[in-house]
Design a protein around this ligand. Structure first.
Ligand SMILES: [Zn+2]
Length: 830
């Protein structure tokens, strides 16, 4: 029942209620309340005084009146039977009270809904929605005024999050009376009660003391205290933002310290950091851009915890923080840089501002900060709130990936909007008055670009880029897309990495101190090795030269000398310790007599990739690990190492399956991708096979379409060159050509493509469409709507060789004029 009711919630519930309602976030309310309070703080003059009542509903769940609930459900249009079911669910509760250790008789309550029941939150919200209804009615009838911060802002009456209720209004006694009248009405209908002790009222700064006094004495709740919080976020801060949010750092420290007594391996710490510590500030960071000093502090806390196992103890940080924050695929440990992550989280709100402009909070921000413009070009302004500054700042990250995808070009500005995605910055550099739409730069028919016009006003690079953008069919809306995600939907993860890479490019890549050749796969290989995390981490330290040998300690001024304690002669470099020292050398000789002492440990480790059989590679890794372990046993406990013992341990551990975290085969083998050719669901007269071909180097593209009759003979086909900028676009164009052919011939038929992503997208929901193919996909679905018996199916590459041959040869320009005949002869041999 709860999953059925969930689908109806957004339609039933007022836009002021944010909890448990799909598409609305708790952040919306935080932003609205924050903006209102910011406005209160800045309104120092004028005769308009405003207030905000923050109310707490006492034991909200327990006081729900059943009869009222049933009546409300019926009023919402739920049918009788459903209402009875609900009543059955909530009224079958029975309680017994323990008196003097023995239970009394069971009794049935007459009100309240169960905590923990999945249905309860929805019922509760439907009921509290009655308050929204009453308040909206009050606004409509003029009995209450609500709050309009600026002329272009929406009128705010209230904000609900579950049982957290905030009501806005004019700071007058009349308004307070009218609001309380409504609340009383709500109380009498639903049985809810306001908790006076936890409620408070906020006034705009210009409100005179006597007005405040008369209202507070009427309401019976106090003037707000500064350190109040709303939904866990402070509502006010003094001069220092750092102090306001210092509690985040404290919370992280506390959490980290609570693990101090556990002896954690680096692998264990990595997991705790990623799952717990880094998640602590996420909620706050999704609306506020924290001061850099604070995010730096958080970074260093994480690094300190990682190296020393404690939040307080300092220890050697073996690698610089930025290396730990690098993604694993680039040789780091994939910790988050809090500042960049903060940026990406706030950018998500910015993205919602662009793509959901009709939500209440988006209309409020528009009214406040860009009444006549849009978010992407808005100015920061002088009286901006912290949230607005954060959103404005996050545009740096947002700008990198936000693009306008062209449908018919009628809704996109040619110069102002970022729509030319093949070029950097996505914008046309030149400026032209008056502003024109992208549609104005196409030919009359709206199917082709007006290249003459474009070449006259744009640079050759821009013209080239525009020519590669496909135009959608007439009337197709333009839309926003996030280019780092194939479906065009914004994600914090892609924003984080996109922004990070951008900064890296801008700041010049740091020269890697090991001069490793650029090869991302080797790191993937390392982290995918089926080994205990502590051993993988040990290898990472070897590669990153972060092993605590005497030489490394000496360089960090943590050891008076560099001498190897085992042989008391040589300098203890990592190579010496792991390969050359007498104990290491003897161990290697025992296990791998032909092993050559490497010049460079990282190269040696990565060369294990070529070892072929997993066993040898595994044994060598365990050998290295046990040599290091034996060395530590000697240094810290005085246990004299024995090469025989070390090699036995190494060999045994390498063979033991319980040391590996999962029972899958020893090393990651490429998984076989199941190639399934699709059996046709019905047997039409003919079939159409299509394929696109794209060459990344030359950017040349072509499509091929082949039509077979019921005997499987090729009797018609079509090929042509196309201009686009990615392989998937070429595939989409090929499908479109096939659809057009079938539609013109009015042929009920099957179309086959070997591009699974596109076939799934066409047969699925538009929100999963790859944005690069937007124009083609709109055109394809339009044809499909008209041609009911047209079907598009997936086929494996293996079975689509004819179409592939046509597309490829067309791209090369080597398609003979009688290629159909040629293809019929050679098709069996393809
Ligand atoms: Zn030695």
């Amino acid at each position: 029942m709860s999953s059925r009711i969930k689908g109806f919630m957004p339609d039933l519930v007022s836009e002021m209620q944010a909890a448990f309602t799909g598409g609305r976030l708790i952040q919306d309310n935080i932003i609205i309340v924050h903006e209102v309070l910011h406005h209160f703080k800045n309104r120092r003059k004028g005769r308009k005084h405003d207030m905000m009542l923050k109310m707490d509903m006492r034991k909200a769940y327990d006081l729900v009146d059943w009869d009222c609930l049933s009546a409300l459900l019926e009023a919402y249009g739920f049918n009788r039977m459903w209402c009875d079911w609900v009543k059955e669910c909530i009224s079958t509760v029975r309680f017994a009270v323990l008196v003097n250790g023995g239970p009394t008789e069971f009794f049935s309550p007459s009100r309240g809904i169960r905590q923990g029941d999945p249905l309860s939150p929805f019922l509760f919200i439907l009921m509290s929605n009655a308050l929204s209804f009453l308040l909206d009615k009050g606004i409509a009838e003029g009995s209450i005024q609500g709050l309009k911060i600026k002329p272009n802002c929406p009128c705010l009456s209230h904000c609900l999050f579950a049982d957290d209720t905030v009501v806005f209004g004019k700071a007058t006694l009349d308004e307070a009376e009218a609001v309380m009248h409504i609340i009383d009405k709500y109380k009498s209908i639903t049985g809810q009660e306001v908790n006076m002790d936890k409620s408070s009222v906020f006034f705009s700064k210009n409100t005179p003391g006597e007005v405040k006094a008369s209202i507070t004495s009427f309401l019976g709740f106090p003037d707000a205290i500064c350190h109040d919080k709303y939904l866990g976020v402070p509502t006010e801060w003094g001069r220092s933002k750092k102090e306001t949010f210092a509690f985040l750092v404290e919370r992280m420290e506390k959490k980290g310290e609570s693990w101090k007594s556990l002896t954690l391996s680096h692998g264990g710490k990595e997991t705790l950091i990623k799952a717990v510590l880094q998640a602590i500030p996420t909620f706050i960071m999704s609306v506020f851009l924290l001061p850099t000093s604070l995010t730096k502090k958080m970074d260093s806390l994480i690094h300190r915890f990682f190296w020393s196992g404690s939040m307080k103890k300092r220890s050697i940080h073996w690698r610089k923080g930025d290396v730990l924050n690098d993604p694993k695929g680039e040789g780091g440990l994939g910790f988050r840089n809090f500042q960049l992550f903060n940026m990406a989280l706030v950018a998500k709100q910015g993205w919602r501002l662009i793509t959901e402009p009709n939500s209440l909070w988006a209309r409020l921000m528009k009214g406040l900060y860009y009444p006549n413009g849009d978010f992407l070009t808005a100015r920061k302004g002088s009286t901006s709130s912290w949230i607005w500054s954060s959103l404005w700042e996050s545009r740096k990250a947002l700008d990198l990936g936000t693009i306008r995808v062209i449908g018919s070009g009628e809704d996109t500005w040619f110069h102002k909007d970022p729509w030319v995605h093949p070029i950097q910055g996505h914008n046309i550099s030149s400026h032209l008055d008056p502003p024109s739409r992208v549609r104005d730069w196409m030919c009359q028919d709206g199917k082709r670009w007006n290249m003459n016009l474009i070449l006259r006003h744009c640079s050759p690079e821009e013209a080239e880029a525009i020519s590669r953008i496909q135009i959608g069919p007439d009337g197709a809306p333009d839309k926003w897309a996030w280019k780092y995600n194939s479906t065009g939907r914004f994600s914090v993860r892609t924003a984080y990495h996109g922004f990070r890479n951008h900064l890296k490019e801008v700041n010049q890549p740091m020269p890697s101190d090991l001069n490793l050749p650029a090869d991302d796969d080797k790191w993937k290989w390392l982290w995918s090795l089926n080994l205990p995390p502590k051993i993988r981490f040990f290898m990472w330290r070897c590669i990153r030269n972060a092993l605590a040998t005497k030489l490394n300690l000496f360089r960090r001024k943590c050891s008076p000398n560099t001498t190897c304690q085992l042989c008391n002669g040589e300098e203890e470099s990592p190579i010496h310790c792991l390969f050359l020292c007498s104990h290491a050398e003897a161990t290697w000789r025992m296990l791998f007599p032909s092993n050559v002492v490497p010049q460079n440990i990282s190269q040696w480790i990565f060369s294990l990739r070529e070892e072929g059989s997993g066993d040898v590679c595994r044994q060598k890794i365990f050998c290295l690990w046990n040599i290091w372990k034996a060395r530590n046993e000697f240094v810290f406990k005085g246990v004299v190492p024995s090469p025989t013992r070390t090699s036995i341990y190494a060999f045994r551990e390498a063979a033991e399956p319980h040391l590996t975290p999962s029972s899958t085969s020893t090393f990651n083998q490429p998984r076989e991708i199941p190639s399934h050719s699709c059996p046709p669901p019905f047997h039409p007269q003919q079939r159409i096979y299509c394929d696109g071909s794209f060459d990344v180097a030359t950017q040349e593209a072509a499509f091929g379409v082949v039509i077979t009759n019921s005997e499987g003979q090729i009797w018609d086909g079509k090929a042509g060159r196309i201009i686009c900028s990615s392989p998937i676009e070429a595939e989409a164009r090929a499908i479109l050509e096939a659809c057009q052919w079938a539609f013109e011939k009015r042929s009920p038929t099957m179309i086959f493509s070997d591009c699974k992503v596109l076939v799934d997208a066409i047969n699925g929901c538009p929100s999963s469409w790859p944005w690069r193919c937007y124009a083609s996909l709109i055109a394809i679905t339009r044809i499909l709507q008209q041609a009911e018996r047209l079907r598009i199916s997936f086929i494996s590459r293996r079975n689509n060789k004819s179409a592939d041959w046509v597309a490829r040869n067309c791209r090369h320009g080597s398609l003979h004029h009688n290629w159909l005949e040629v293809l019929n002869v050679i098709s069996d041999r393809l």
